[in-house]
Design a protein around this ligand. Structure first.
Ligand SMILES: NC(=O)c1ccc[n+]([C@@H]2O[C@H](COP(=O)([O-])OP(=O)(O)OC[C@H]3O[C@@H](n4cnc5c(N)ncnc54)[C@H](OP(=O)(O)O)[C@@H]3O)[C@@H](O)[C@H]2O)c1
Length: 492
C-alpha cells in the first residue's frame, strides 16, 4: 500500500453500470494488487439496483474473474473485499442523499471523498446539486472531488450550461473531467517523444510536415449502446473528445512545465488556434457516413439500420472525418485530418505524420513511380508503436529504392488499462490528464458548426460497407490528389 497518498473514500455512483464493472472496479483491483492505493481506501458502490453486500461482492468477483490481469488472485481479492462496500440508493430524493451522507459518516470512511459519476450524462447536473445540498461537496473536513465521464454536454450550448451548473456547487479544482484516452501509455508517450527528443523539433512545423492524420477505427458496431449512440454519433463520441485531445498533444507548443495548469494552458491555446469551419465550407471540411451490412474477418455483420432499436430513418453517422487547420505560426496551412468509424476493417488508432516531398526526386526510376514521402507513425492501439519510414537503396546493382521502417516500438508489458493511472491521479489530486472547462468548451466550439449543419440535413447520409476502411468519397477531404487515409503501420 502507498503510504504517501491521502487516505480516501472512492464513491462510484452507478456501480452497477457497464463502465464501473468493466473498467473502474478492475482498475481499482489492479492498483490494489500492486500496492498502489492508499492504506485505508474504501470503495463505496452506489446504485439503485445494487444488491446486498455479499451478492454485490459475488458479482464483482465474477467481473474480475473475466478481467483480472493474469487471472483473479483469490487471496488478493479477499483482501480487496475488506475495502469494498455498497449502498442501495434511489439517488433521487433528499432522503436518499441524507442516507448517503450518514453512511459516509462511519469512521471507516475517510473524509477525503472522490465521487465518480458513472452515470448517464443527463444526471450529472442533478446529482451534483443533490450532493451539494446534502453538504457532501463541502471541503471542511477533507477534500471532495467529482469525476465526470465524457460526454460533457452534447454541444457548445449544453456544455456551457452544464459548466455553469457545476460552478454553483463545485470549484474547478474539484472537477476531474476524464478522457480515458489520455491514460493510454502511447498517448502520454507523445509528449515524451516530442519534448525529450530534440531532433524532431526543427522538423515539427509547416516547413517540413505536409499533413497529419489522426484515426480511430473500430471493427465493432454499436453493440447494446443503441439508445446512447443514435443520439450522439461518431463526431461527438470520438472526435470532439479523444481525437481533438490527440491533436492538441501533437500540435501544442512546449508547455512552461509539465504541471497540470501549464499543460492545459498550452492545449487550450492550441484548440483556440484552430480556424473555425465557416458555415458555407462545412461540406469541404467534414464527411459523415453510416455502415451497411458487410463482412468483418469472415463474419457477416448487419447494417447500422438493422441494429436493435435503431429507427429506420436514422441518419446518425457511424463514420466521421474532419479537416482542420491551425492558424498559428507553426502550423498555418498544414491540414490535420481526423477520422473515426465503427465496423471498419480493423481496430486501430494511430497518428500518421506525413512529411513533405524532397525538393527534387533524384531516385525515381520512372515517371510512373509513386512519390514516397517520409511518414512518422505513432500506433496507439492495439499495439503501442513508433515507426519512422525512410527510403533506402535496394541492395543490388541498380539504383532502386524501397521504403523501410525504423521501428522504435515499445511494448507496454504492464498491460495496464488507461483508467488505472487516471484513478490514481484523482486520488493524488493531479489534474494534468483531465480536461479543464475552457478546454472542453474550445473542443465543442470547433465541431459546433459541423453539428449544426448536419442537424439541418437529416434526409440523407452516405454509406460504407461494414469491414471496409470507410467511404471512398471521404478522400475528397484531402488537399492533394493521390493522398489517402493511412490505415497501416507497415510500409505501403
Ligand atoms: N461503458 C463505457 O465503456 C464508457 C466509456 C466511456 C464513457 N462512458 C460514460 O460513462 C458513464 C457511465 O456509462 P455506463 O456505460 O456504465 O452506463 P450504464 O451502464 O448505462 O449505467 C450507469 C449506471 O447509472 C445508473 N442509472 C441509470 N439511470 C439512472 C437514474 N435515472 N438514476 C440513477 N441512476 C441511474 C445505473 O444503475 P442503477 O440502474 O442500478 O441505478 C447504472 O449503474 C456514461 O456517462 C458514459 O457516457 C462509458
Amino acid at each position: 500500500m502507498k503510504q504517501s497518498l491521502d487516505n480516501c473514500t472512492f464513491v462510484i455512483i452507478g456501480a452497477t453500470g457497464n463502465l464501473a464493472r468493466t473498467k473502474l472496479i478492475p482498475a481499482l483491483y489492479h492498483l490494489f494488487m500492486d500496492g498502489l492505493l492508499p492504506n485505508n481506501i474504501h470503495i463505496l458502490g452506489v446504485a439503485r439496483s445494487i444488491s446486498k453486500r455479499e451478492d454485490w461482492l459475488k458479482e464483482v468477483e465474477k467481473d474480475l474473474d473475466e478481467r483480472a490481469r493474469g487471472g483473479l488472485d483469490k487471496a488478493v481479492f479477499d483482501r480487496f473485499c475488506h475495502h469494498l462496500d455498497c449502498l442501495r440508493s434511489g439517488l433521487k430524493t433528499e432522503a436518499d442523499y441524507q442516507q448517503l451522507s450518514h453512511h459516509l459518516e462511519q469512521p471507516k470512511f475517510s473524509p477525503n471523498i472522490a465521487f465518480y459519476f458513472s452515470l448517464p450524462p443527463s444526471l450529472y447536473a442533478s446529482i451534483a446539486a443533490s450532493l451539494s445540498d446534502a453538504g457532501l461537496l463541502a471541503e471542511d473536513q477533507g477534500w471532495r472531488r467529482v469525476v465526470v465521464e465524457k460526454p460533457f454536454g452534447s454541444d457548445l450550448e449544453t456544455a456551457r450550461d452544464l459548466q455553469r451548473h457545476f460552478e454553483n456547487y463545485l470549484n474547478e479544482s474539484q472537477i476531474y473531467r476524464i478522457d480515458h484516452y489520455l491514460g493510454k501509455e502511447t498517448v502520454q508517450n507523445v509528449q515524451v517523444f516530442r519534448f525529450a527528443n530534440l531532433l524532431l523539433e526543427p522538423l515539427w512545423n509547416r516547413n517540413y510536415i505536409d499533413h497529419v492524420q489522426i484515426s480511430h477505427a473500430e471493427d465493432i458496431g454499436i453493440g447494446s449502446r443503441s439508445a446512447y449512440y443514435d443520439g450522439i454519433g461518431a463526431l461527438r463520441d470520438m472526435i470532439q473528445s479523444h481525437l481533438l485531445q490527440l491533436l492538441s498533444l501533437v500540435a501544442m507548443e512546449p508547455p512552461v512545465s509539465m504541471q497540470a495548469e501549464d499543460l492545459r494552458d498550452e492545449k487550450v491555446k492550441l484548440l483556440r488556434s484552430i480556424s473555425p469551419i465557416p458555415k458555407g465550407a462545412v461540406s469541404s471540411h467534414s464527411f459523415r457516413a453510416q455502415y451497411t451490412a458487410g463482412d468483418i474477418k469472415g463474419n457477416a455483420v448487419k447494417s447500422y439500420l438493422q441494429e436493435e432499436n435503431i429507427p429506420q430513418d436514422s441518419v446518425c453517422e457511424t463514420y466521421a472525418a474532419l479537416k482542420l487547420y491551425i492558424n498559428n505560426w507553426r502550423w498555418r496551412g498544414v491540414p490535420f485530418y481526423l477520422r473515426t468509424g465503427k465496423r471498419m476493417k480493423e481496430k486501430h488508432s494511430m497518428i500518421a505524420i506525413c512529411f513533405r516531398q524532397t525538393p527534387k526526386q533524384f531516385f525515381r526510376t520512372s515517371q510512373l513511380e509513386q512519390f514516397k514521402p517520409n511518414w512518422l507513425l505513432i500506433g496507439i492501439q492495439p499495439d503501442a508503436s513508433l515507426r519512422m519510414e525512410l527510403t533506402v537503396k535496394k541492395p543490388g546493382l541498380n539504383m532502386e529504392t524501397k521504403v523501410i521502417s525504423l521501428d522504435a516500438s515499445f511494448n507496454d508489458e504492464t498491460g495496464r488499462d488507461g483508467y488505472e493511472g487516471l484513478l490514481l491521479d484523482v486520488i493524488e489530486g493531479d489534474h494534468s490528464l483531465f480536461l479543464r472547462s475552457d478546454e472542453v468548451e474550445a473542443s465543442w466550439q470547433i465541431i459546433d458548426p459541423v453539428l449544426r449543419s448536419w442537424a439541418t440535413h437529416q434526409d440523407y447520409i452516405r454509406t460504407y460497407p461494414a469491414g471496409s476502411w470507410g467511404p471512398e468519397d471521404s478522400l475528397r477531404l484531402f488537399e492533394k490528389e493521390g493522398q489517402y487515409w493511412r490505415s497501416s503501420l507497415d510500409p505501403e
